[in-house]
Design a protein around this ligand. Structure first.
Ligand code: AMP
Length: 241
């Protein structure tokens, strides 16, 4: 089992023939799970499944699920396990998950982790889960979260580290960037408490299980991506000879 901080800076060779299987991106709010999931999606051609994105899409479309989740998401509290487990189960039925998928923001409780383990074990075609824990210092996370701006299409900017060319406007489609309601300092502190109490044990669960690596997320985005790609190569050695 490897639990050391990965520090590669080279760009690991990534290709569409590599079989990634189920990949969990774990870590506190603001470590870069969404940004890195998008990079992995591009490298391997497998989908990102972000429970936060699915919930936000439901909230902006005013669905029953969105109405049930809105207050909880805005306050930084977790939505019920049954609700998110069902969302993930529905998404995993889609055929684009066959070669693998990246779970971003799930599982966030031990109940969700146990549900996922059982759900994936029921499908004998699946490779075992590999888990990457991205780690960033608390002060840096606060800075990242309060500086984050997103476009309606889900592109991620940061007013400090990755600003758009024109303030407040998406470089790609010209849409107006917004701050997520839960990216205020007060809600961030709430989300960190939730993370420590409920999600830190999930990281322990996968650390003990093996097929787990820690990646230092306090580096330029491309270096973090290279670290994750190298870690995945090691973790999937047996299924990618
Ligand atoms: P995220 O975009 O991953 O930071 O998630 C934003 C918010 O959505 C969280 O603060 C929770 O309110 C909710 N949420 C996202 N994923 C989960 C999950 N796996 N379990 C429960 N609530 C979740």
């Amino acid at each position: 089992m490897t639990t050391s901080i990965v520090s590669e800076t080279e760009t690991a060779p990534a290709d569409k023939n590599f079989l990634p299987g189920p990949v969990l991106l774990l870590g506190a709010p603001g470590v870069g799970k969404g940004t890195q999931a998008k990079a992995l999606m591009a490298a391997y051609g497998i989908p990102q499944i972000s429970t936060g994105d699915i919930l936000r899409a439901n909230i902006s479309n005013g669905t029953d699920l969105g109405k049930a989740a809105k207050a909880l998401v805005d306050q930084g509290t977790l939505v019920s396990d049954d609700l998110v487990n069902q969302m993930v189960a529905d998404r995993l039925k889609q055929p684009d998950t066959r070669r693998g998928f990246i779970l971003d923001g799930f599982p966030r409780t031990l109940n969700q982790a146990n549900w996922l383990d059982t759900h994936l074990a029921a499908d004998s075609g699946d490779l075992p889960v590999v888990a990457i824990s991205i780690v960033v210092e608390y002060e840096q996370l606060l800075h990242r979260i309060t500086g984050r701006r997103i476009s309606p299409a889900g592109r991620i900017y940061n007013v400090y580290s990755n600003p758009p060319a024109v303030p407040g406007i998406c470089d790609v489609d010209g849409s107006t960037l917004v701050q997520r309601p839960d990216d205020s300092e007060a809600v961030f502190m709430e989300r960190m408490k939730t993370f420590e109490a409920q999600t830190a044990p999930v990281i322990e669960h996968y650390r003990k299980r093996g097929r787990f690596e820690v990646v230092d997320g306090d580096r330029p985005v491309e270096e973090v991506t290279a670290g994750i790609l190298s870690a995945l190569k090691r973790l999937r050695k047996d299924s990618n000879q």
